[in-house]
Design a binder for this molecule. Structure first.
Ligand SMILES: O=c1[nH]cnc2c1ncn2[C@H]1C[C@H](O)[C@@H](CO)O1
Ligand SMILES: [Zn+2]
Length: 387
């Protein structure tokens, strides 16, 4: 593990690993989280009952949570994606969308997330007759409600929406236009998702070119189930601002026997241009994009100072949270609070909200939050004596 902040002034400070409780309290920033991949199991069951959906594999919340995790554990992105049929099925009405979005914001806030960009594909929520606009407005309403409830419970969170187009479908331009229409009303950008192999991002060039002309922002799922060509297309043909996953960039990095690291042209470009990588370790283990936390490319990419960020992808299918992702990384790589802060600042720098707001989040929320946690060891005697 490397840390740019281990300077001489830090000599007296133990660089110990954060406890799970400190990880949860630490301010965190989430850029890659799917709304339809983060429902509470109990909510899936209640919504299914309310809407007459009878195809759920389990009717007990705990068992359903386990079912999602195990079904998503197949080693294949295609099979992982099949599980979304159930969550999308219960997210077809306005009330369901408001509820799911509100609970999403609440759950993230309770986990210490202070800023999140949550994505979903509006085209997957039209089965009961909602229009694309009604879907976006319902989700926005839910996020605002969730932010309010979080505040009442003593948490501060800001949630922006990313509108996703499905890469196997042909609605990308329409969804990009929708993202542009709602850009000052809760939507901060655009994304494409779905099976990667056989569906290159260049299929949707018209959508990306439209967004560029509108000076809007987008990220592309690339380099997850498919390798370097997908990353190259996403960046050099489509002009993505960020990469969803991007783990396969590791294929363009060579480590010689003497430990010398050599970056290929594409990996150099990604690092030099500070292209944010939205990395989702647990999801990658489930879809076979990585073999273990210890061997996850995020460790090397962090050492090489790529702009790596830590994300959940699908909290339900991966049985995870931002805190859990960090717990895994702390265990695998020995990360400290300085490392956590580094990932968090990386993420905030890479968000799609305006620069002045990102800067204020970093200086007024994230850095003071970490400073508070990092100073706790100074008061450890006071804590133990009064405990
Ligand atoms: O990790 C992913 N890769 C590609 N597509 C994904 C991933 N996680 C979720 N999706 C898909 C399934 C959802 O229904 C859709 C919109 O959120 O995005
Ligand atoms: Zn994803």
């Amino acid at each position: 593990m490397t840390s740019a902040t281990h300077s001489g002034t830090d000599l007296s400070r133990p660089s110990s690993q954060p406890t799970p409780e400190q990880i949860r309290r630490a301010p965190k920033v989430l850029l890659h989280d799917h709304l339809d991949g983060g429902l509470r199991p109990a909510t899936v069951i209640e919504l299914a009952a309310a809407t007459g959906y009878d195809k759920l594999p389990e009717t007990d919340a705990d068992k359903l949570g386990v079912w999602f995790r195990e079904a998503a554990d197949s080693g294949s992105l295609e099979r992982y994606l099949e599980t979304f049929a159930h969550t999308c099925a219960v997210m077809q009405t306005r009330d369901a969308l408001v509820r799911v979005a509100a609970e999403c914001a609440e759950d993230l806030a309770a986990d210490g997330v202070v800023y999140a960009e949550v994505r979903y594909a509006p085209e997957q929520h039209l089965e009961a007759g909602l229009t694309l606009e009604q879907v976006v407005e319902a989700v926005n309403e839910g996020f605002r409600e969730g932010e309010r409830r979080a505040r009442e419970n003593g948490h501060r969170i800001r949630v922006g929406a990313l509108l996703t187009a499905m890469r196997h479908a042909a609605r990308a331009l329409e969804i990009a236009e929708l993202a542009n229409t709602y850009r000052d009303q809760g939507v901060v950008g655009f994304d494409i998702a779905g099976a990667e192999a056989g569906f290159p991002p260049t299929r949707h060039l018209d959508a990306f070119e439209y967004l560029k002309r509108e000076n809007n922002h987008f990220t592309i799922h690339a380099g997850e189930a498919f390798g370097l060509p997908s990353i190259w297309q996403a960046l050099q043909w489509c002009g993505a601002d960020r990469l969803g996953h991007g783990v396969r960039i590791i294929d363009d990095i060579e480590i010689a026997e003497n430990g010398t690291v050599k970056l290929g042209r594409l990996a150099s470009y990604v690092r030099d241009k500070r292209i944010p990588l939205e990395m989702c370790p647990t999801s990658n283990l489930q879809t076979g994009a990585a073999t273990s936390y210890e061997e996850h490319p995020i460790g090397l990419l962090r050492e090489l100072h790529f702009r790596a960020t830590v994300n959940t992808d699908n909290r339900l299918m991966s049985g995870t949270s931002m805190s859990r992702e960090f717990e895994h990384l702390v265990k695998a790589f020995g990360y400290t609070l300085d490392d956590m802060q580094w990932f968090t600042v990386n993420a905030m720098k890479s968000a799609f909200i305006p620069f002045d707001e990102r800067l204020a989040m970093i200086n007024d929320v994230i850095k003071p939050g970490y400073a508070e946690l990092k100073s706790e060891w100074l008061f450890r005697h006071t804590v133990t004596e009064t405990a």
